[in-house]
Design a protein around this ligand. Structure first.
Ligand code: UDP
Length: 154
């Protein structure tokens, strides 16, 4: 049996963040319920106050975008919950559970569509992050969970 802090490299993993607005609003349980009900397995979970350096690295691809500074402010305003989730096609599956970026436009039935609000502040607060590709997932898990190691099950 693998110990809980080890990841099986043969399985697919993604990084989920319950963003500060989701954690503040007490929606962590609801978001985890949707992920677990789908059959995905939690492999790591922590509450964290993210600093600017971590977030600038996490969102490096958006560095030149006009919303970048606001995004860093939003994500560092209060603690968030970081989670490693495992499952078949979990990267696509979590993206599908999340819904599209803007909560006003996200489909009903999705986390952002059901629970997200447009506060009219110009800053998109959309409750949740999920890695968008295998490359991103591996990079983001290493960034947020450097203590997790990959070990094949025997
Ligand atoms: N974002 C924003 N304004 C935008 C686009 C994105 O504030 O016009 C924020 C939003 O929090 C989003 C994050 O930047 O979740 C990352 O953007 P991306 O396009 O990667 O969206 P996601 O993959 O999270 O749906």
């Amino acid at each position: 049996m693998p110990t809980p802090d080890l990841l099986d490299p043969k399985k697919e993993h993604t990084l989920v963040l319950v963003k500060p607005d989701g954690f503040r609003r007490g929606l962590t349980g609801e978001i985890l319920r949707r992920i677990e009900s789908k059959g995905y397995v939690l492999k790591g979970l922590k509450i964290k106050q993210a600093d600017r350096a971590l977030l600038e690295e996490h969102y490096a691809e958006h560095r030149e975008r006009p919303f970048f500074q606001g995004l860093i402010e939003y994500m560092s305003a209060s603690p968030l919950v970081a989670i490693v989730v495992e499952g078949d096609r979990v990267i696509e599956g979590v993206r599908s559970l999340m819904g599209t970026t803007n909560p006003t436009l996200a489909a009903p039935g999705t986390i952002r569509g059901d629970l997200g609000r447009d506060w009219g502040t110009g800053q998109v607060e959309n409750l949740v992050h999920g890695s968008d590709s295998t490359t991103s997932a591996i990079r983001e898990i290493a960034l947020w969970f450097p203590e997790l190691e990959y070990h094949a099950e025997d």
